[in-house]
Design a protein around this ligand. Structure first.
Ligand SMILES: *[C@@H]1O[C@H](CO)[C@@H](O)[C@H](O)[C@H]1NC(C)=O
Ligand SMILES: *[C@@H]1O[C@H](CO)[C@@H](O)[C@H](O)[C@H]1NC(C)=O
Ligand SMILES: *[C@@H]1O[C@H](CO)[C@@H](O)[C@H](O)[C@H]1NC(C)=O
Length: 313
């Protein structure tokens, strides 16, 4: 009769001690944009001065096999079994430990970082919490191309990278749906992103506008670009990405003169065969080049980078 009683007392105290030590997660879901940094937080009780030697902190990612993200063992970093996915990309903000905060920072979040994390803390007692990380990638930077393929016949191309898979909708100035006449292809881009390229072949007079809309159903987000058909070589295309119109106006005001100057120089240089990558500046020139446009053009990345910078300003 004695044994079960001891067990009962032990269990009681174990629960009692554990109840005293509780890990909290102030935020159980983080939604981060691809490429950004994220800091996920757990809190634990520290009464008085933190004794590092008694502290064990662990962050794990739950998958078929759990992956070790970060381990602090008796106050010492122990990355021997750290999963290669996280090597050099995560850090624990140690200065916050004494405040009872276990802050894990992931730098340059990738799509495959999305998932369920456990933050485990042992300090006297032990406890853990579960945190979800969602990663998305809006179709932000849209590269465009206009190619004349015949008399009043044009091939319009829009291309962008993002996640999840987006539909591309085409419209004219009257907002009529032209999607039936377009061809959209999907390829895998960098870090599991979708590289979506859509081409609309259409008869049109000059001085017309067409819109390609990247519809990211899952994010409930549309980004669009306008393609202006103009017969004159002076015709310029302005990138229109709704979320950044304001930013672009500011940038235009600042760099407008520089761009104009560059544009003029470039135009003078490339008089007839205008092969300069159109997307390398915010101004895209009208091209009569008949080559297929390849979105994998280095200028695409360059433009995306510019957008990222604009966003931050
Ligand atoms: C992410 O963190 C790194 C290292 O702390 C820093 O250099 C970089 O600027 C951060 N990036 C963003 C988008 O905040
Ligand atoms: C789409 O592309 C395929 C193959 O390149 C072609 O046969 C088809 O005519 C295109 N469709 C449209 C609507 O342009
Ligand atoms: C995005 O655009 C499509 C087509 O114009 C529309 O059907 C959809 O409702 C739009 N979604 C949002 C979130 O604006």
């Amino acid at each position: 009769m004695e044994k079960p009683l001891i067990l009962y007392i032990f269990l009681f105290y174990w629960h009692f001690l554990n109840a005293l030590f509780t890990v909290e997660a102030p935020q159980s879901l983080y939604i981060v944009e691809h490429g950004d940094n994220v800091t996920m937080e757990c809190r634990f009780p520290v009464n008085g001065k933190l004794k590092f030697g008694d502290l064990n902190v662990s962050w794990e990612k739950k998958e078929e096999l759990k992956k070790q993200v970060y381990v602090l063992l008796k106050g010492q970093e122990d990355l021997r079994n750290q999963d290669s996915d996280f090597k050099g990309r995560v850090k624990l903000l140690k200065e916050n430990l004494k405040l009872g905060q276990s802050l894990l920072q992931i730098i340059g979040v990738k799509l495959r970082d999305a998932g369920v994390y456990h933050c485990i803390i042992g300090y006297g007692g032990a406890d853990y919490k579960t945190i979800n990380l969602k990663v998305d990638a809006p179709y932000r930077a849209i590269t465009r191309r206009i190619v004349r393929i015949g008399n009043n016949e044009w091939k319009l191309t829009c291309c962008s990278e993002g996640y999840p898979q987006a539909e591309v909708i085409w419209q004219n100035r009257e907002r009529e749906d032209l999607t039936d006449r377009a061809n959209t292809s999907y390829a895998t881009g960098s870090d599991q992103l979708y590289r979506v390229t859509s081409t609309l072949t259409i008869k049109s007079r000059t001085d017309e506008d067409f819109y390609c809309i990247f519809w990211n159903k899952e994010l409930q987000e549309n980004t669009s670009a306008v393609l202006h058909i103009s017969d004159s070589d002076d015709g310029v295309l302005w990138t229109e990405s709704r979320r950044f119109v304001g930013a672009i106006v500011v940038v235009t005001a600042v760099f407008g003169s520089v761009l104009l100057f560059m544009f003029c120089v470039r135009k003078a240089r490339a008089s007839k065969d205008y092969r300069t990558p159109v997307a390398s500046s915010l101004i895209a020139g009208l091209s009569k080049d008949k080559d297929m446009y390849d979105c994998r053009d280095a200028s695409f990345e360059e433009k995306e980078l510019k957008y990222m910078q604009i966003e931050k300003t």
